[in-house]
Design a protein around this ligand. Structure first.
Ligand SMILES: [Zn+2]
Length: 481
């Protein structure tokens, strides 16, 4: 990330940071900090320490103890101000940055508390997985990592985070209707998403030698998985067939019961206490109402929330003894549960070849039978296969675009091709294999470009050329997310 802006505006930024106290900014997790502060020895890492407000507070609170506090700040002008603020306190300043934090990692030390305050959104989606790996290595086994989000999911309710985070970005701009960003999500929408998520998981893992579906619960198999297996045995092969099946309404009803009794409320039980940090527990309603700011966070930090939840999920499934024998001898569990199905993706190829008249979506040159199906909104940003999100491109164009969003005129072409001109064809040809809802794809594209606008991400034009994000080109970019 560039530090130019931070150095150029250091004084204004420092004044902004210092206008609020540590307690005001971090009130939501203070109760987790207090027990830490009672320890006699403590090591703290503040990544993106800015002008030092947080390390100043932490150093003062731990005076007289054996405390080590490291402040990391890549913007040297801000860091100098921080050094002045903390000159009489035991704070060590290091010029370093995520995702690798090379100098900090070089210290070969682990921390009891790592704080990332307003830092995460400055990392690109492709940097975030590496940043998570770095941070988890630096955190000791009982340590606390604070990012501008509350806790990750409790294992019991792991499904809820991707479900509600996905729903928040798959909807059109309903969130802007209410300035408080409060929003209601119907239980039926959540349940439908819940079924979509489990559909892939009801396939046998390692299909070649016997039928073994991974166990999803510590006791018996989950009832929903059993119902989905049964339907697969009856010849239901795709989500669209499932939704059209006679027994689908009954499946929805049954799953709604399980869902309302379990994951929906367990998600917010932290250490056996009910903490409604996402939505109030009101079991009389057929919807949940997200607390102010939650929908914003789910949209802004979607990739973080989903990757945390999926990592937990994969770990949990790998831990069940019944699964271990089969997982031990087979490939990548994470890829099976959440990966893009490369085999199935090839079904989109002939349809797109026809629609694009044999030309590459990006450079319009002939494909000569070498096209690759590309996720227009990259998989790294939205890890689900949607039929309307595919385009066909040269493997060279696809590789050069990688995890980036494409320039505005590509987005216009995508909209024209996959929504206006051929939306119906894609739906009729591909909904056997993928979720094909054009309004969901539109909402995802809008969301991804809004985020790119906020992060000032460069957009890929062609070959190795990138263009800056131009807010004027993007009609929706100035809408708050
Ligand atoms: Zn091309």
């Amino acid at each position: 990330m560039s530090t130019v802006f931070y150095n150029d505006h250091a004084e204004i930024l420092a004044a902004q940071y210092l206008s609020k106290t540590f307690e005001e900014v971090h009130s939501s997790w203070l109760h987790h900090l207090l027990p830490l502060l009672t320890k006699n020895t403590l090591s703290i890492l503040d990544v993106g320490a800015g002008s030092g407000r947080d390390v100043h507070y932490l150093a003062e609170k731990t005076q007289g103890k054996e405390t080590q506090i490291i402040a990391v700040e890549p913007a040297v002008v801000l860091a100098k101000m921080g050094q002045v603020l903390t000159r009489e306190l035991p704070v060590r300043w290091i010029e370093d940055g995520l995702p690798q934090l090379q100098k900090v990692v070089g210290l070969a030390q682990q921390f009891d508390l790592i704080l990332l305050s307003a830092v995460w959104m400055h990392l690109s989606p492709s940097e975030r997985p590496l940043a998570l790996v770095t941070l988890s290595r630096l955190l000791n086994s009982t340590g606390l990592l604070v990012i501008s989000l509350r806790h990750g999911p409790s294992p019991d309710a792991r499904v809820m985070h991707p479900v509600s985070a996905d729903i928040c970005i798959e909807r059109p701009l309903i969130l802007n209707a209410d300035p408080a960003l409060k929003t209601a999500i119907s239980i039926d929408d959540l349940v439908e998403k819940f079924i979509e998520l489990y559909w892939q998981h009801s396939l046998p893992f390692g299909a070649n030698d016997g039928y073994f579906v991974l166990i999803q619960n510590s006791g018996k198999q989950s009832a929903l998985i059993n119902s989905l297996i049964e339907l697969r045995h009856q010849g239901v092969n795709s989500l669209s067939q499932l939704k059209a099946h006679l027994s689908y309404p009954a499946l929805l009803r049954k799953t709604r019961g399980t869902f309302k009794d379990g994951p929906l409320w367990r998600l917010q039980n932290l250490s056996r206490n009910e903490e409604c940090f996402l939505y109030p527990h009101d079991k009389t309603k057929n919807y949940i109402e997200l607390n102010p700011g939650i929908a914003f966070c789910f949209r802004r930090f979607h990739d973080l929330v989903v990757s945390l939840a999926r990592t937990q999920w994969v770990q949990k499934i790998a831990e069940f003894p019944a699964n271990q024998v089969i997982i031990g001898s087979k490939g990548n569990l994470s890829e099976f549960l959440f990966g893009s199905d490369r085999q199935t993706i090839t079904y989109a190829r002939p349809v797109l070849l026809d629609i694009q008249k044999g030309q590459c979506f990006y450079c319009q040159k002939s494909l000569k039978e070498t096209g690759e199906v590309d996720h227009f909104i990259p998989w790294a940003r939205y890890p689900n296969d949607l039929g309307h999100n595919f385009v066909l491109a040269h493997s060279s164009c696809n590789n050069q675009k990688r995890d980036h969003l494409a320039a505005q005129h590509h987005k216009d072409n995508w909209y024209e091709q996959n929504i206006i001109q051929h939306g119906q064809t894609l739906h009729s040809e591909l909904s056997r294999y993928f979720v094909c809802e054009s309004d969901r794809s539109e909402a995802i594209t809008t969301w991804a470009y809004q985020l790119a606008g906020q992060n000032r991400s460069p957009l890929w034009l062609d070959k190795k050329t990138f263009v800056p994000f131009n807010a004027l080109d993007n009609d929706l970019s100035n809408t708050a997310i």
